[in-house]
Each structure stands twice: as C-alpha cells, then as structure tokens.
Ligand binder design. Structure first.
Ligand code: ZN
Ligand code: ZN
Length: 362
C-alpha cells in the first residue's frame, strides 16, 4: 500500500456519480473536489470499492427512504478499502498510511442503549454513507476517526471492500440466528454477493450448508465454497420440498434469505423445520415481498422471523478476521475505474456470481 504524504493529495478526484436518479438512472465517472477532513475525521484514499445492490436501490430510488439527492449526494457506495492519507487535528488513534475501510454506517452517537449493545447501526444518529454522505464510488472520502474500520494484514483491498458490507451483514445474520455447529443453514441466493460469503462463514462455523440459486455457474461456485448440496431453482419444481428432503427430511434450522425476490421469501417458511429461523437479509423493492407465513403455519412450526441490518463495527471486525485466517474469500470480478458504469449495469441485470469490485488505480 502506498504511504502517501499530504503533498500527494490532489484537489480533485474521480467519482462514479448518478445521473438522472430514478428508474432510468445512469452512472458517469466525473471529477469531484477532494474533501478536507474536519478535526475528528480521517481522509481515506480508496484503492477499491465493491458494487452493492443497495447502491442500485439508492440510484433507482425504489426504497421507502428519502433519495440521495435530498442530501446532495451523487456517489453511492459503502464497500471501500484504502489507506488514510490525512488526519484531522484531534485524531490520535490513526496515522497516515494506516489501512482503512468504508462500511455502510457512517457514524453513530455512542451514547444510547443501541450503541452500548453493539447495535449501533440501528442508532437514530447512524447515517448511511453513500446515501446521506458521499459514498465509496468517490476515491477520496471522509470518515469519522472513531468509527473508521481497520483492515487487518492478510486481507487485500479487493477482498476487504465487499466484506465491509456483504461479509459483515451475513456474519451479523449468522450470529443472530443462534444456529449451532451441525445445524442446517440454507441460503437462497447462495451464489450472490452476500450469499457466497454466508456459505463460507457458515461452513467455517461448523454448519451444514445448502445453496439455493439458479444455473450451473452458481452451482459450481457454491459447491466449491463449501455447500454440501445445491438446489437449482431453474431445474427443480418444488425448491422447498427438495431442501426439506436434503435436511434430514425435516427442513432447515435456518434459512438465510439473501435473494431479493418475493419467491425466495415466500418459500422460506416451507424450507424450515420445527423451530426454524427465517433470517431476512436481502432487500426486495418496497412492497414487493413478504417475510413470514399464515399464522397457522407460524404457530404449527414454531417459526421465527428475524431481520438483521448491516453489521456493526464488531461484526465487520469479526468478518475481516475470518478473511485474514483464509476462511472467507470473497469471489470478485475487478473492473477498472473507467468501466464502473458497466459494472453497475451488470449488477443491475442480476447476472453476477460473487461480487463486482472497481479498481481505482487502473
Ligand atoms: Zn451493501
Ligand atoms: Zn446511538
């Protein structure tokens, strides 16, 4: 990693910016001013950013939240990895040259019950980077020093980027599911950006993993990453029935819905065994899907529906530790900066196995 001195910081930098926010948005690569850190901030020069489907949501403006433009933000992105190039006057715990990451939550209050219990991403004062603050599609970014993620040795920037969101998110879901070693963990969307990391983490935690996705590419990926079985929804008529058959004829202990389709959510309760957990992770467009089932089924099967948001600073740190030990390896395809718009279009089309990452230095 380059250890830039302050003199190397340019006045402007490249950024992927949204044009015509909404259903017909386009992404363009433009020059934007490099921000100046406030007293408590660090300025990070990113080497890589992952492209997350949340970015697409923000640019499409299809979630029930105020659009990016409300906050004067044009660059989405929250999966950045790079190096600190400048620190604010009050900052003591970071130095120029330290490796640092950008994750979805920009900051938190650190003075409420949620912040005290590792749920700071739910804090009222936890804005989203790439929505309320310029995101990691911009190469030089500010981050509050107290909430900036450190990147350990042994994790390269292309891997660290996607772990900031997807890896950390699915780590958090696995943790909150309460599943134990030997339990069956099923991943609808197993070959996707979040799913393929869930498969690896679940395997590393000792769970028995079943992947659900479509097509031979995704099957090959899932089996390589540690799935014990794979169910191809393009080939199998009743996916849930097949999952139950694989899981001892009783069903899964936990279904981690990383897919964003209504079908994935509606079939999850049928995949569960008695006492099973439906873990909501994937974000379908508002009003298009429902998690849960007829109360008769919920009661009869003692089902639990649990939603978890992006991971906390703790969750991200733990996910990065799995990566540093070689147990979590994000699969990614690298795009040069100039092709960032192509990468966004590709993810939007849904034809991505693993993760797309943009290299700011090529
Ligand atoms: Zn994300
Ligand atoms: Zn708080």
């Amino acid at each position: 990693m380059a250890n830039n001195s302050n003199n190397d910081i340019p006045k402007t930098c490249k950024a992927g910016v949204v044009v015509n926010e909404g259903p017909d948005f386009k992404l363009a690569v433009e020059d934007v001013p490099v921000p100046e850190p406030g007293p408590d901030d660090v300025l990070i020069k990113l080497n890589a950013t992952g492209i997350c489907y949340s970015d697409i949501h923000y640019m499409l403006n299809d979630l029930p939240i105020p659009p990016m433009s409300t906050f004067g933000v044009k660059s989405p992105g929250h999966e950045g990895a790079g190096v600190v190039v400048k620190i604010g006057s009050n900052v003591k715990n970071w130095k120029v040259g330290d490796r640092a990451g950008i994750k979805p939550a920009y900051d938190a209050c650190f003075n409420c019950e949620l912040c005290w219990t590792g749920k700071e991403t739910y804090c009222d004062d936890s804005p989203q980077i790439g929505l309320q603050y310029p995101g990691s599609y911009q190469q030089y970014l500010l981050s509050p020093a107290r909430y900036t993620q450190r990147i350990p040795e042994g994790v390269d920037d292309f891997s660290a980027g996607p772990i900031m969101c997807s890896g950390s998110t699915i780590y958090c879901s696995l943790k909150e599911s309460g599943l134990k070693p030997g339990d069956w963990a099923v991943f609808p969307g197993a070959g996707g950006g979040v799913g393929h990391m869930g498969v690896q983490l679940a395997k590393a935690m000792g769970m028995r993993v079943v992947g659900v996705d479509g097509g031979d590419d995704k099957k090959d990926l899932c089996m390589k990453l540690g799935c014990e079985a794979f169910v191809d929804f393009t080939k199998v008529k009743d996916v849930a029935e097949e999952v139950v058959k694989i899981c001892d004829g009783k069903g899964a202990h936990g279904v981690f819905v990383t897919a964003t389709s209504a079908a994935a959510y509606s079939s999850a309760p049928m995949m569960c065994r008695i006492g099973g957990r439906i873990m909501c992770v994937g974000l379908p467009p508002a009003g298009t899907a429902f998690a849960g089932a007829d109360p008769l089924l919920m009661v009869g099967k003692n089902l639990h529906v649990i939603g978890t948001k992006v991971g906390s600073l703790y969750d991200t740190t733990k996910a990065l530790e799995f990566a540093a030990r070689g147990q979590l390896k994000p699969i990614y395809e690298v795009f040069p900066l100039a092709k960032m718009p192509e990468a966004v279009d590709k993810l939007r089309s849904g034809k991505v196995a693993g993760r797309l990452v943009v290299d700011f230095d090529s």
